[in-house]
Design a protein around this ligand. Structure first.
Ligand code: PMP
Length: 301
């Protein structure tokens, strides 16, 4: 991977190569960490972080969800993210705040283990594929039930579920996996939400078993502002197989057109007009070309 110079660790900048933790850290053993994935985009006014406020809010929410006492305030974390981008002189990148139960106590109950926080940033490379449109496959694994986890939190341990599905479908030549929930309704990707277009209408799964992401929220907002309705509904795989368009959304994925789902071609293997419109608008918004949504950008001065 491409690296940068400094990582923010518990309030101080540490050289990338010296940013180390003890092997008996709680989080390494039990996945007892929470994280965020945030993008930095180059704009005409310099680098900008997209929806930083909302990401930091979710980060704090996730920390609280796994019982962490906050070692830093939301405001301090927000500022530390900005400083990390600035200090590393990143223009286009991926920002990764992570809070973890550290070294000093083992056992499944994390109470009493120290809470550590780091923020790293690195240059961005294409996430899913060089292809403009992707092939996805429904995984044999199902999405974690919302009574097994706190679904609104982004907890590292949950990602074992995502990792298994990613390995499974990539071995079969697909770019990305898709989960159904325990009822057989389409839920989400390992790190993305999903939308479909059918007969001129747009649909997305309900929030019940998904991490309803910020990119999903941005797309919903775009549609609302255009006066276009998006229906949140339980949808089965077969609803998607016969859809006119399907696209995945997420911070890393942005808006990714789907050209194949399982063995079914979507949008004749091309990129449909609705997907194209959201794709373009999203990229315009994150790069500061849409004044209406500039409120979502934190410029690095
Ligand atoms: N679902 C899951 C499971 C994810 O990990 C992500 C990525 N954070 C998303 C959806 C999309 O969320 P966002 O748009 O906030 O990146």
């Amino acid at each position: 991977m491409k690296t940068t110079k400094y990582i923010w660790m518990d309030g101080k900048f540490v050289q990338w190569k010296n940013a180390k933790i003890h092997v008996i850290s709680h989080a390494l053993h039990y996945g007892s960490a929470v994280f965020e994935g945030i993008r930095v985009y180059n704009t005409k006014k310099g680098p900008a972080i997209f929806r930083l406020k909302e990401h930091v809010k979710r980060f704090v929410h996730s920390m609280k969800a796994i019982g962490m006492d906050l070692p830093f305030t939301e405001k301090e974390l927000f500022e530390a993210c900005v400083e990390t981008v600035k200090k590393n002189k990143i223009k286009d990148g991926y920002l990764r705040p992570l809070a973890y139960y550290g070294y000093g106590k083992m056992g499944l109950n994390p109470t009493g283990a120290p809470v550590n926080v780091l923020i790293a940033v690195w240059p961005w490379t294409n996430y899913l594929s060089e292809d403009p449109a992707i092939k996805i496959k429904i995984s044999k694994y199902i999405r974690l039930h919302n009574k097994s986890i706190e679904r609104t939190a982004k907890v590292s341990g949950y990602y074992a579920n995502s990792l298994l599905a990613s390995l499974e479908v990539r071995a079969q030549g697909f770019h990305e996996a898709l989960f159904v929930d325990y009822n057989g309704n389409v839920a989400e990707g390992p790190g993305q939400n999903i939308f479909m277009v059918k007969k001129g209408k747009i649909y997305t799964p309900t929030k019940e078993h998904i991490l309803a992401g910020l990119t999903r929220d941005s797309v919903m907002q775009f549609a609302k502002d255009k006066g276009v309705k998006i229906t949140e509904k339980n949808l089965k795989p077969k609803d998607f197989y016969s859809a006119d368009e399907v696209f995945l959304v997420g911070t890393a994925t942005e808006v990714a057109p789907v050209k194949q789902m399982d063995k079914h071609k979507i949008a004749k293997g091309k990129i449909g007009p609705v997907t194209e419109e959201f794709h373009k608008l999203y990229l315009d918004v994150v790069t500061g070309k849409e004044p209406k949504y500039e409120k979502w950008l934190t410029y690095i001065k």
